[in-house]
Write a protein that binds this ligand. Structure first.
Ligand code: URA
Length: 438
């Protein structure tokens, strides 16, 4: 079957058979489908839709495009969390060591920045030498030593998603539930997990900003986990503003190391709270705690005791990174970049933030990718000083942009200033966690 026949069928609204989906995924992995044909089919899927059976067939084919991790020699329950993507959404860097310190084995396979959102792998690579390209054997060895490993997809693990994910990013085909489900679940199911917690974002920085869409996505993800016999829960969390203080690769890693060191600033308290909550849900799901409240206490204790931090240090060593960032997180702060302050054009309350636009502004100056093969500039980013509900006077700082200067920086600064809505009324506080789907 030639690629163009499958593309034409979906282009015209047809339903793809399992066999056609298998041919597509084989073509992605063997390289016999060039990027333009893969992108064309993805766009046709995005525009014409996939039904539940096609979504499951795609998930299955992508999962089996590589091998499933074999971690049966590790006695601890295996668990992981995955986010649907947000801005300043950095909790993986806290959750993996924290869950490991609580007794879970965490073979975390993550992605790179996608669309307007950042990616865990790009954040980790802000640490000099940190290697995310590790084989399943190395993942097992590292999980055995420090309880968790953080890796990207390789030729062995969900390789189809690696290619498709990068092309979706470059072709504006990310926000579609069946593609998100297949992408996330193929990676996560390849980890051979017992428990999985999904952080489904809702609000202006999510791929699907509307609450109803987040709910539908959460339900599809949980249902897929159930089908593949993994205990799965979804937490719908707020993404109507960036999470924590920083947006950008190195600065987000900095924020996480400070949290692990027990030095959480007030502006990063939501990052810490969400990390503890998601870890607790995971512990509870994996049977390592007697209910959610007990799980929260275990997670908070392991963070406060520094055990999670020591796990992180050990992991950096094992994955080839420069551990000096643990003792001196300031090494991650931007150097040799230009700082521009973004100021409030009027006084009032910050009532809304266009978070996706904020992510795109940072992406455009190098924090993210324009083409799949681009590399990112780890040093650029944004410190978010004013959050929703804060009162600002005219001229007060809303945030600080770290850039390489030039026209790009001026455009990003202008775009960032336009992300804020300032009103006269104090908006109602937003709950960090909106709903749990079990
Ligand atoms: N995260 C993923 O891994 N895949 C998506 O499609 C969206 C978010």
């Amino acid at each position: 079957m030639r690629p163009q026949e499958i593309i034409a069928k979906k282009r015209d609204g047809g339903r793809l058979s399992e066999q056609e989906i298998d041919v597509f995924i084989d073509g992605v992995c063997s390289g016999s489908w060039p990027d333009y044909q893969i992108s064309a089919l993805i766009m046709a899927m995005f525009l014409r839709g996939l039904d539940r059976a096609e979504q499951e067939a795609l998930t299955y084919a992508m999962l089996h495009s590589g091998s499933v991790l074999e971690l049966s020699a590790i006695a601890a329950p295996k668990g992981d969390k995955h986010s649907t993507g947000g801005v300043g959404d950095k909790t993986s860097l806290v959750i993996a060591p924290l869950a490991a310190a609580c007794g879970l084995a965490v073979p975390m396979i993550s992605g790179r920045g996608l669309g307007h959102t950042g990616g865990t792998l790009d954040k980790l690579e802000a640490i000099d030498g940190y290697n995310v390209n590790i084989s399943p054997t190395e993942i097992e060895r590292i999980v055995n030593v420090c309880g968790f490993a953080m890796a990207g997809q390789t030729d062995d693990i969900a390789p189809a998603d690696r290619t498709i994910y990068a092309l979706r990013d470059a072709t504006a085909t990310v926000p579609y539930i069946p593609l998100i489900v297949a992408s996330i679940m193929s990676k996560k199911l390849a980890e051979g997990l017992d428990a999985l917690v999904l952080d489904v974002k809702s609000g202006s920085g999510a791929f699907m900003p509307e609450y109803e869409d987040s709910l539908a996505l959460a339900r599809e993800l949980v249902e897929t986990g159930r089908k593949f016999k993994v205990r799965t829960e979804a937490v719908i969390s707020d993404m109507s503003q960036p999470l924590g203080r920083f947006v950008g690769n190195a600065v987000e890693t900095y924020e996480c190391i400070r949290i692990l060191r027990g030095e959480t600033e007030a502006a990063a308290s939501d990052t810490e709270a969400l990390s503890i909550e998601l870890t607790a849900r995971l512990l509870n799901l994996a049977g390592l705690a007697d209910g959610p409240e007990a799980a929260r206490m275990i997670a908070a204790d392991k963070l406060a005791s520094g055990e999670a931090f020591e796990r992180f240090r050990r992991n950096i060593e094992l994955q080839g990174g420069d551990c000096r960032v643990c003792d001196d997180p300031d090494l991650l702060l931007p150097r040799g970049v230009e700082e521009s302050s973004i100021k409030a054009p009027r006084g009032g309350f910050v009532s809304a933030i266009d978070t996706a636009s904020m992510g795109n502004a940072i992406g455009a100056i190098g924090g993210g990718r324009t083409r799949a093969e681009d590399s990112v500039d780890h040093a650029v980013g944004y410190a978010c000083t004013a959050k929703i509900g804060d009162h600002v006077a005219e001229g007060d700082y809303l945030g600080v942009l770290y850039s390489r200067g030039g026209d790009g920086a001026a455009q990003a600064a202008d775009r960032l200033a336009r992300c804020y809505t300032i009103g006269d009324e104090k908006p109602l506080p937003l709950p960090l966690i909106r709903e749990i789907i079990s």
